[in-house]
Design a protein. Sequence first.
Lengths: 114, 340
Amino acid sequence: MSEGTTLEGWAPQMGPGVSLEEVVDKAFDYRGNVTVVKTDGSETEGYLFNRNADAAVPFVQMFDLNGAGPYTIAYREIRTIRFTGRDTAAGNSYAAWLRAKEAARSGSAPPKGV
Amino acid sequence: MSVPVSQMWAVASYVVKQRLAGRKRYPLVLMLEPLFRCNLACAGCGKIQYPAQILRKHLTVEQCLAAVDECGTPIVSIPGGEPLMYPDIGPLVKELIARRKYVYLCTNAILLKEKLEAGLFTPSKYFSFSVHLDGLQEEHDEAVCRDGVYVQAVEGIKDALRRGFRVTTNSTLFDGASPLRVREFFDEVMSLGVEGMMISPGYSYSKAPDQEHFLRTQRAHDLFSRVLSDPKPRWRFNQSPLFLQFLMGKRDFECTPWGNPTYNVFGWQRPCYLLQEGYAATFKELLETTRWENYGRSSGNEKCRDCMVHCGYEPSAVHHTFASWRGFRDTVTATVTGRY
């Protein structure tokens, strides 16, 4: 994914080309709330702050929208993860900051999306 | 000499004990982040980019002390977030001092005067404010994206010094910094009467090609060489002189990512203060289950290629000091002469 784009709103379906491990990794890197949809149909919405694919039973950990937790969910219990919360990091990368600083110095407006 | 002898002795005896015990990996400074909340919103800072329910969370004093006891480092650094916004910062610092830990409270100092007037802290040889200043007024206010913060920080420093506190500064230097302005900044900071300064290069993870990586590293060496090659006698640095030589390109170290472990509301951060690749529930788990071979320049990890940050390389410098008589001699020489 290129800088400046966001996963906000993404609701992947697992299948060829989209693995659960990849979606978990993207959810782990995402600076916003996500909704974990479990195989039993239940859902947990909150911030996914940890994942361990190397554990004997691979798992993710998250705090819910009230900050309660951490809740541990095994990979095998996850059907999919929806990127439902606002991406709080969008446009706030270090590189974007440097570009904005440079634009401010030169007196021009920063590039769109920064 | 900018670090008190008692602190140097505490660190030296701790490192010698670890080496005599045959420990291959041991921590030196605990980075204890009781909260992510901050009263600034610096662009590029990842700490404040969390959803609201995470920014509202903070560790309890008991959780902090359990982490300190488990980790066992002689030095505890309290960054954040802004630690002066932590509701129990007074009791936490008091407990750490009672444990004879050398505490560095890293603050932007916006709230410093207010907290000092409230009598939250008592001066101690174990306790130092480490005030964030990224340059003179223009550069600092630009870095923190708010005018007036430099003036507030300087007022806080003066107030803390007047009340008898140890005060240091911590500064991140970025690409494009003017060596002359940095030297003026060092003069200005030392004229305030602080105990010493801490400096580190900014970190940027980028998928840049090798050529750019070389230039970045070389630019960092050039900058620090131009700033430090003719140091003024009044300058004092609250960090290893071998680390300063590393920044200047005079030495090469490998990263020690376990040297400054980080504990926060998510647990023990893997693998280091800068990279967030997961969390361990205990410090023991962090040490034993992190794939350390995947980090540091020699690993080939692109996230580590351009990194020269203190949290990975200052522990390497300290380790080097005690790894050989030559390392010890070089450290003593640089400390005594003030030449890097």
